[in-house]
Design a protein around this ligand. Structure first.
Ligand SMILES: [Zn+2]
Length: 491
């Protein structure tokens, strides 16, 4: 994610922008009573799935009792009313014997089946509790189908929290971090449970639907005045990175050596903004050349971008294979830097995802550092100079230094500017501690060895130590974990 910050913006504006991307809504689920268990049995008795996947910052997220392998999301959307009707089928593997389990879903569910048998449901505070007709045995696959419908923009918000479901003049765009998925499909909403996706949307025939991965079909006739669009992401993807953009788009396609490039520009954009957006996003293949030269092979087979007519969208987001860019980034002209940032996330965040949200430095510190490297290697300031300038901008008493990027906190701190800027300074400090050769070898090893999987901050530091053979504990402690200004800039 890259937040939009005006040059010379006052703190108040920064706070508003931070508020736009502040995340997790809803109170944690209340503790549930322990399940009744048979007095004795040879096999472990079925249990209620942990109503959490165990994230330290967002304990209400996900369910630790199963592992999703695939989502087949089918939605029908009516822009004038913002009504979304969905039928989503989830294939998963129970990791323990389950008498009950949860999905995250903000829209009302009407019916659920588990392995084609009707299940009992209860829905509260964004959790859909499902009690199958018979317990699902540990290690066995299960198929869960959920029927649901509602108005995503009508999902109750906490005061001051805008919806991550953004309506546009012609349609809508679902884009958010760390949370958006439950606004349009039921899921195990945590980046540690990645899965493949089929996304099918039926909309008025005058509109287009853009999503992740490959376009399998569309527009296809789907009844009077309606068209269906089918997309597939066959690489594992975190739930928050699945997106859908519905609107009146110009679609640009061309073959590249990285795969099929497909970008979409809302026809409602101001012409100058549209021109600047195109001049920036159309550089995606060249930016991927640059980034793959540093980080190793591009991890996906599709590429592109989407620019919706959503001026209020306060950030751009690295949706897998096809980032969604806020038009606000292009109001003053071309901005390749935001393209570099979102595309760097394809390696750091999308292909290799955080294990828990407290590992967010692995996303934002790295994507910001990629911007610094782009500047360094295209004739601008070196990354060391950029780091020194960023250090000088924040005096010791600046609250900026109170947020350590390696453990920022799970509220407004999660996507605080310090995670980005100090996070990138931390990488510069680590680069200088181990030397260029081992530093860049470590970045490539991280991206290739963990492609399609997850990692944590300690995992990355262990790799850097292993590759370099150097003790980096003090540098890491100073730059990542200490809530104070380090005594000197990196270098
Ligand atoms: Zn980012």
């Amino acid at each position: 994610m890259r937040k939009w910050v005006l040059v010379g913006s006052v703190l108040a504006l920064a706070l508003v922008l931070v508020a736009l991307v502040i995340p997790w809504r809803g109170a944690p689920s209340a503790p549930r009573p322990a399940p009744s268990r048979p007095p004795s049995a040879a096999a472990p008795p079925p249990v209620v799935g942990a109503a959490s996947i165990g994230d330290p910052y967002f304990p209400q997220a996900g369910d630790g009792g199963y592992d999703v392998t695939g989502y087949d999301i089918q939605v029908r959307y009516d822009p004038p009313t913002d009504r979304l009707e969905g039928h989503t089928t989830i294939t998963a593997q129970a990791t323990e014997s389950l008498s009950r389990f949860d999905l995250d879903l903000r829209l009302p569910a009407s019916a659920v089946t588990v392995d084609d048998q009707p299940a009992a449901i209860h829905q509260d505070a964004g959790k859909l509790e499902i009690t199958p007709a018979a317990p699902v045995q540990a290690g066995t696959p299960m198929t869960v189908r959920v029927d649901y419908a509602g108005v995503p923009s009508g999902v109750p918000e906490e005061p001051g929290m805008p919806s991550p479901w953004v309506r546009t003049p012609e349609g809508a765009v679902a884009v958010g971090e760390p949370e958006i998925a439950a606004w349009w499909y039921p899921c195990n909403d945590h980046p540690s449970d990645k899965a493949t996706f089929m996304i099918t949307a039926t909309v008025p025939a005058s509109l287009q639907v853009i999503s992740n991965g490959a376009l399998l079909g569309g527009p296809e006739p789907a009844g009077p005045g309606l068209a269906r669009w089918r997309w597939q992401e066959s690489e594992p993807m975190a739930t928050y990175l699945a997106f859908i953009a519905i609107g009146n788009y110009d679609i640009v396609r061309r073959d590249t050596r990285f795969g099929l490039y497909l970008a979409a520009y809302d026809r409602g954009l101001d012409p100058q903004v549209a021109q600047a957006a195109r001049a920036s996003v159309e550089q995606t293949p060249q930016v991927l050349e640059f980034l793959s030269g540093i980080f190793g092979p591009y991890p996906f087979r599709q590429l592109g971008g989407v620019v919706p007519d959503a001026p209020s969208l306060g950030f751009s987001l690295e949706d897998q294979t096809r980032p969604v860019y806020s038009p606000a980034f292009f109001v003053s002209g071309q901005d390749v830097s935001v393209v570099v940032h979102e595309l760097a996330h394809q390696w750091f965040g999308d292909s290799v995802s955080v294990r828990h949200w407290n590992d967010i430095w692995l996303n934002e510190g790295f994507a910001t550092y990629a911007q610094w490297l782009y500047t360094e290697r295209t004739g601008g300031l070196s990354a060391a100079q950029t780091a020194a300038a960023a250090y000088a901008r924040h005096p010791a008493d600046d609250t900026f230094w109170r947020i350590p990027p390696g453990a920022p906190g799970g509220g407004a701190e999660l996507l605080n500017n310090a995670v980005y800027q100090r996070g990138a300074m931390a990488l510069q400090a680590l680069r200088e501690a181990v030397g260029d050769q081992d530093f860049f070898a470590s970045l490539r090893a991280w991206a290739t060895e963990r492609a399609g999987r997850n990692g944590s901050v300690p995992d990355f530091l262990a790799l850097l130590k292993h590759v370099s053979g150097k003790n980096i504990d003090d540098v890491a402690q100073t730059w990542l974990f200490t809530p104070a200004r380090p005594p000197a800039p990196p270098g």
